[in-house]
Write a protein that binds this ligand. Structure first.
Ligand code: 4AD
Ligand code: MG
Length: 461
């Protein structure tokens, strides 16, 4: 099909006079008396390119009647454009309608709500907003790998099917080949011995435990993969399937962890500003005024740090009627997190040293006997974007904590082993990839930053 030139690159190069062949899908068609204007988009840029088609073309009739959504191959020359908002346009010498479309195509000119677009998730990547979201998403995924590659972190693929519930919250989706109509049973209940893996398994909620094992061999590692949580919370920030980035560092404490998280987030802010200009300007204009300024500020200002205990005191003193109670020992709710980061600090905030009762079994116990070396990074609009901790590296304390929290040490013998030989102070965190994208685009619903969202009762596409 000839040389593959993408529309975004052709427009950016702006080499007028050049003969080009471009391919894409029709966003709009305007047919005047003398000429037809087609905006063609191939996903490489937000704006696409304006194609000017004159009646001299052999198949002008067909082309001028072509519908929004149809697929075209267009040959022509790049010319300076007299129209505002675009430097160049393509004067067509030949247009081939490869895949026609008609009025039944759901994405005609008018604006659609994000709710409606979710019902046509198979088509919404062809809209401006979702197109920009998924370009930014792809760019960020690559930037994340660059960040860790530049720092010598090993990229490890942790398993998706697992027998452990890392967070201990009982949110595992079951993985089984047992016939639900005829579940084999023993005295004690379901006979998982007869199941595919010979034990109960599920989809991973986190790659952390396996990541820790690799950190004990490679020092600095990260995972970046899908995670699954069967939490039945229908919020704009929770998905049942989401992607998480989890670095883990041996010979590191909580503050090393916080420093890495800060450098990471600031790097990604800088990258997205430098690499996604057109899309960010679109979000800044259409979705979230002030977005670019906010990202600029985050990229250039040190993050605040606050003890959980102080955060609770500040919340109690706040002149705000919260829906959920604030009390030492209770977890912070999104409304509290947002107050702290938006009203109190006006930027990203690490809250550190949480009560051990509300955190996972693996976090390092502090000397005070009641808190653990946990850190959550809170950001405006989104709330918690990162959760991390220094890990309990002392065998006896870890063992006891497992018993206290109802985690069977037998099943995690291999995890405990990492504390038997060459145990090191180590720390890591998890960044929710979708929350990051929400933060950097201003999109307010997690369903609109993941291609095919999985939420309670939704897995159609
Ligand atoms: O705070 P979480 O549960 O921490 C962990 O899973 C640790 N094992 C991470 C680690 O230390 N290696 O989750 C980490 C982040 C959250 O801060 C949030 O951004 C995101 O994952 N997250 C979700 N994102 C979308 N939908 C959900 N249901 C999420 N649950 C957590
Ligand atoms: Mg968390």
């Amino acid at each position: 099909m000839g040389q593959r030139v993408r529309i975004g690159q052709a427009v950016a190069a702006g080499a007028t006079g050049q003969e080009l062949e471009l391919r894409g899908w029709v966003r709009t068609v305007r047919t005047g008396k003398e000429v037809t204007f087609i905006v063609l988009n191939d996903g490489s840029s937000l704006s696409g390119i304006q194609v000017v088609v004159s009646p001299g073309l052999a198949n002008y009739e067909e082309v001028s009647r072509t519908g929004t959504g149809s697929a075209l191959v267009v040959r022509g020359t790049l010319q300076p454009s007299p129209a505002a908002g675009q430097a160049v346009e393509l004067h067509a010498t030949a247009v081939e309608v490869v895949g026609p479309s008609d009025e039944s195509y759901p994405l005609q000119k008018k604006r659609h709500t994000f709710e409606y677009l979710r019902t046509i998730a198979h088509l919404r990547p062809r809209t401006n907003t979702l197109g920009a979201v998924f370009r930014v998403r792809s760019f960020l995924a690559q930037a994340i790998h660059r960040f860790f590659a530049e720092r010598g972190f090993l990229y490890v693929h942790t398993p998706i099917v697992t027998a452990n519930d890392c967070e201990g919250a009982g949110e595992l989706f079951r993985v089984t080949t047992l016939d639900p109509e005829q579940v084999p049973r023993t005295e004690g209940g379901v006979d998982y011995g007869a199941d595919f893996f010979g034990q109960a398994t599920g989809l991973t909620v986190s790659g952390q435990l396996e990541g820790e094992l690799f950190a004990q061999a490679f020092t600095d590692i990260y995972t970046f993969g899908p995670t699954f949580r069967a939490e039945n919370s229908n919020t704009a920030r929770h998905a049942a399937e989401f992607w998480m980035i989890e670095p883990e560092m041996a010979f590191a404490d909580l503050m090393d962890d916080a420093r890495l998280a800060e450098a990471f987030l600031r790097y990604l802010c800088r990258q997205v500003l430098d690499g996604c200009g057109e899309d960010l300007e679109f979000f800044n204009r259409q979705i979230d005024p002030g977005l670019i300024q906010r990202i600029e500020a985050v990229a250039s200002t040190p993050f605040a740090v606050m003890e959980y205990t102080e955060a609770v005191e500040r919340l109690q003193k706040a002149d705000v009627a919260f829906a959920y109670p604030v009390q030492w020992g209770l977890d912070l709710q999104t409304e509290h997190e947002r107050y702290l980061t938006e009203q109190l600090v006006g930027g990203p905030l690490f809250v550190v040293n949480y009560p051990k009762e509300i955190k996972a079994f693996y976090m390092r116990q502090n000397g005070d006997g009641r808190t653990v070396a946990a850190m959550d990074l809170l950001v405006p609009k989104v709330g918690e974007i990162i959760g991390g901790s220094q890990r309990e590296e002392r065998y006896d304390l870890l063992f006891r904590r497992m018993e206290e929290t109802g985690i069977a040490p037998d099943a995690l013998w291999w995890y405990l082993d990492s504390r038997r030989w060459g145990s090191t102070p180590h720390a890591g965190f998890g960044l929710g990839f979708e929350r990051l994208i929400m933060y950097l685009t201003g999109m307010e619903n997690i369903r609109d930053v993941i291609p095919f969202p999985r939420t309670p009762r939704h897995a159609e596409f």
